[in-house]
Design a protein around this ligand. Structure first.
Ligand code: AMP
Length: 404
């Protein structure tokens, strides 16, 4: 199967060739012809399956013909739950559309609205947006939907999980009924099926097997380590093995911050990316990591959703995820597009059950490695610090004298 046999035209085939894609992924083989034909599509597919190209490529082709966009109007809307995913999709649209003269833009909250309003003035063919900011822009008359031809809901399940159901409904009520709708979701839950029934007309349903094991080229292993020694072991591994670009996962935001401080103290440049960081900080950390100005990026699961870091050599789990499937999502950041990668987990005694759940899910026992040269230190333990308060001196009780 080749991309050209799916009906894509030359400017897109050219861009695909620039990217070095040899053949379409399964979701692309199914979705591209359907979207090109104008049909609604409902696809169960996770990040890493090639889903973004499966809708952006045919969407761009459909938009390449048709009337020009009017001021403040948009012709296609991609709704995403997170800012990171919005930026990622926007970058992919720019990549695949580089030989076309369509315009694209991205809007999300947490940054100033005025520059986004200015960009929308001339109209934009494809707008990628998070729901809240899109509604803000609409309330300021900065975006109009009467020219809208295509709507994409990306990571729809996540959108509902994050409490955007109300915003999504409000947006749907503003869009023309006559349109093409594409819905992508990691799972087809009851709520997603309900949503799709109200939004989609006779959709083609596509289910791509969720990756139930990390990519074949990813070598995985485990270090057993005391909970309080995880940071010191990570720092040791980075130094002794000369690891240059590592995406590290922690379970909590606090844990991420503590780890960054510990690595910084050890002279290793690290940045954290999690929900308490401003959008500017998150963008900067990601860019610094991608451009090798920062060696280590420490992330929580939520912040890492949708992150695509080309050629990432290694992922380290400093904490195992509570939800086993997240192990596959995490490890799936490396070893993409046929490249090799490493997935390493630092496991403490209290995580043994989590580890066996993960091993059950991926149906393999992970190799236990020992790091012979590692000498535990007790510099900055990553465990929750137990505050020992000095005991208050007891007040002498007013005892009545015992009667003799
Ligand atoms: P996605 O699931 O959209 O996040 O895509 C996952 C990764 O696969 C991205 O890095 C894409 O650039 C890459 N990709 C998408 N389609 C193909 C393809 N047909 N061949 C090789 N890589 C691809």
């Amino acid at each position: 199967m080749s991309f050209s046999s799916l009906g894509l035209f030359a400017p897109l085939l050219h861009a695909i060739q620039d990217e070095g894609y040899l053949a379409p992924f399964p979701i692309q083989t199914e979705a591209i012809p359907a979207v090109l034909s104008g049909r609604d599509v409902m696809a169960a597919a996770q990040t890493g399956t090639g889903k973004t190209a499966s809708y952006t490529l045919p969407m761009l082709q459909r938009l390449a013909t048709g009337p020009g966009v009017r001021g403040n109007h948009i012709r296609a809307l991609v709704l995403t739950p997170t800012r990171e995913l919005a930026v990622q999709v926007f970058v992919d649209i720019a990549t695949y559309g580089r030989h076309l003269s369509l315009t694209s833009g991205v809007v999300y909250g947490g940054v100033k609205i005025n520059p986004q309003m200015l960009k929308l003035r001339r109209g934009i063919d494809v707008l990628v947006a998070t729901p809240g900011r899109l509604l803000d822009l609409y309330s300021k008359n900065a975006v109009k939907f009467s020219q809208l031809e295509i709507l994409v809901l990306d990571e729809a399940d996540r959108m509902l999980d994050m409490g955007f159901a109300g915003d999504v409904q409000k947006i749907m009520a503003l869009l023309p009924r006559q349109r093409q709708t594409l819905l992508f979701s990691a799972t087809f839950s009851e709520a997603i099926r309900d949503l799709s029934e109200t939004l989609l007309k006779n959709p083609l349903q596509i289910e791509v097997d969720p990756p139930n094991s990390p990519a074949q080229g990813v070598k995985q292993w485990v270090y057993e380590v005391d909970k309080g020694q995880k940071g010191a072991l990570l720092s040791h591994l980075i130094r002794t093995h000369g690891w240059e670009q590592v995406l590290v996962f922690t379970r909590t935001k606090k844990g991420a911050n503590q780890l960054v401080r510990l690595l910084d103290d050890d002279g290793i440049q690290a940045a954290a990316i999690h929900g308490d960081k401003s959008q500017g900080q998150r963008n900067r950390a990601l860019l610094d990591f991608k451009e090798a100005r920062v060696q280590i990026l420490v992330a929580t699961d939520l912040a890492a959703r949708g992150l695509d870091i080309g050629g990432l050599p290694r992922v380290v789990n400093v904490d195992l995820p509570k939800v086993s499937e997240n192990y596959i999502h995490r490890i799936g950041r490396t070893g993409r597009a046929g490249l090799e990668g490493e997935g390493i987990s630092l496991v403490s005694a209290d995580e043994v059950d989590l580890l066996s759940a993960i091993e059950g899910l991926i149906r393999q026992t992970l190799v236990r490695h020992v790091e012979p040269a590692f000498v535990p230190t007790f510099k900055v333990p990553l465990t929750r610090q137990i505050k020992v308060r000095p005991k208050k001196p007891k007040k002498p009780k007013n005892r009545t004298k015992a009667k003799m």
